[in-house]
Write a protein of this length. Structure first.
Length: 308
């Protein structure tokens, strides 16, 4: 197939683009390089440097003959969305609509949209949640992601544009930068490489810190491969295992075979206390299940980081 991957020079998007190329598809990457890197690009992919909100992006979709858009480009920082909600919406809502409007006129067949299971649901109740759990976004970033999901439902109902929404858990792995959404693994790796002190943010009643569903990027890539052919609607993509921050830090040190000091910091405003995803729907309808456990994923990530 002919596929456009937006954000295809970034941490996750570049690895999805590479997998599509290796599967024999014709891939074009659209990226403004605000966080993406040229060295991440698959050499076999065509590259267009432009922002998803631009007329150039709309023209590319209109004239490119794409069957599928895989949409990873986004404003990815929750704190930045709180500081400047309008900028977040410009990218994450209007940028999406720019692609969708061009796509429906160009007879696009399928749209794969990256959402956030760690943000859209809001505060969970201590057990992994499935897609029926009520969405309660707690940041402009999460609100925009939920809006994107609703727009895609509209385009499916009114224009017949098939769409797969992948609600990612907290993704980690090679190419992740320590300043992006869910970048704690990258931050911890930098602390170990440099011997710096790591900060574990803990509420008084959660001595190990917040609990998150950490999912290896290789499993995320496989979900994007599955979504090319199967599925319609929203799917959780995670492991269903909630790991607190202190346990993650200890596992990271074990994977690295190195030690570094840590300190305990107060909980940060807006941090969700618990997040984990039930992915039974993805198993049933996409044929996808996670394959990498935390220890294996951290080992692979550390091996990559050492080469840098």
């Amino acid at each position: 197939m002919k596929i456009l991957v937006t954000g295809g020079a970034g941490f996750i998007g570049s690895q999805v683009a590479q997998a599509y190329v290796e599967a024999g598809h014709q891939v074009t990457v659209l990226d403004n390089l605000s966080t993406g890197k040229l060295e991440n690009l698959p050499p076999q992919a065509e590259f267009v440097e432009a922002d998803i909100t631009s007329p150039q992006a709309a023209e590319l979709v209109a004239d490119g003959g794409f069957q599928v858009i895989n949409h990873h480009a986004a404003q990815i920082s929750v704190p930045a969305s709180v500081i400047d909600p309008m900028n977040d919406a410009q990218s994450n809502v209007l940028g999406l609509l720019n692609l969708l409007e061009a796509g429906r006129h160009a007879k696009l067949e399928r749209f794969i949209f990256v959402s956030s299971g760690g943000a859209v649901y809001g505060e969970m109740q201590g057990v992994p949640v499935d897609e029926s759990f009520p969405a309660r976004p707690m940041s402009p970033y999460a609100v925009a992601k939920r809006a994107g999901e609703l727009y895609l439902d509209y385009y499916w109902l009114q224009h017949g544009l098939a769409s797969v929404v992948l609600r990612y858990a907290n993704v980690y792995g090679p190419r992740q930068i320590p300043h992006a959404e869910a970048g704690v693994v990258a931050i911890f790796m930098d602390c170990l490489m440099q011997g710096d002190e790591a900060t574990i943010y803990c509420p008084g009643d959660l001595p190990g810190g917040m609990k998150r569903d950490y999912t290896y990027v290789g499993d995320i890539v496989r979900a994007n491969l599955a979504a090319l052919q199967r599925g319609q609607g929203i799917y959780n993509i995670g492991t269903g295992v909630a790991t607190d921050t202190m346990t993650l830090w200890e596992a990271m040190k074990k994977a690295a075979g190195q030690d570094a000091p840590h300190c305990i910091g107060p909980a940060r405003a807006g941090d969700i206390r618990y997040s984990a995803l039930n992915c039974a729907k993805a198993a049933q309808e996409l044929g996808w299940t996670p394959q990498s456990d935390l220890a294996d994923g951290l080992a692979q990530t550390w091996a990559w980081r050492k080469k840098q």
